[in-house]
Design a protein around this ligand. Sequence first.
Ligand code: GLU
Length: 253
Amino acid sequence: MKRIVVKVGSNVLTREDGTLDTTRVSALTDQIQALRRRGIEVILVTSGAVACGRSLVKAAPGLDEVQQRQLHAAVGQVRLMDLYYRLFADYGIRIGQILTMKKNFEPGEEYENQKNCMEGMLESGILPVVNENDAVSITELMFTDNDELSGLVAEMTGADTLIILSNIDGLYDGEPQAPGSRVIARVRPSDDLSACIGEAHSSAGRGGMHTKYSVAKRLSAIGIRVLLANGKRDDILIRLADAPADIIHTEFS
Ligand code: GLU
């Protein structure tokens, strides 16, 4: 691994009541710091803004659903970045925030600006922390979810690996809860496992296995390895880097 994108889902970062799981965020910060010490460049794509904002403030009665989401995103994003800022600063790591939108990934000036910005940050040793600009991008302007966003970021930055952390261990060969279902260890670009994917969506974020699978298939076909793993498992990022055979996950490559 030389340059990786780590995507962390809302379900990993928040507790059941929607509040930010500061212990978990702190553990992930430690692991990202450890990877950087090994010379691996990391770009973090983080969800959790909307879920976090929802637990912090109550929207005024009368706001429609879109306005409520915008409000929660705007408030939650600050809380999220404040926590990352402080935790990474303890290690002497400076972070920079990039809030982006789907249209910024169309070929053109905005795409180039965004790419140059991330390259400049990486070159300067700054950790880019990316999320969708949820306060501004609504309905059809949105990414399907941050899994889609993280795939586009991995492609744009020429990363060799994308690690998608959610609250399940990987792609199962059946319903994840069903007895006898197992996590598939390796998926080749030519394998068609679409029959294994349920329609279940994550409870805190927008993501589900459907986008994870299609992002992973698309990226592995162009030579970017994708790992789906459980962000609630201790030291997951370190274990994926050091001894992937010993930790349950799905690799698309
Ligand atoms: N961008 C959203 C947030 O930060 C999450 C989108 C998703 O669930 O993938 O809350």
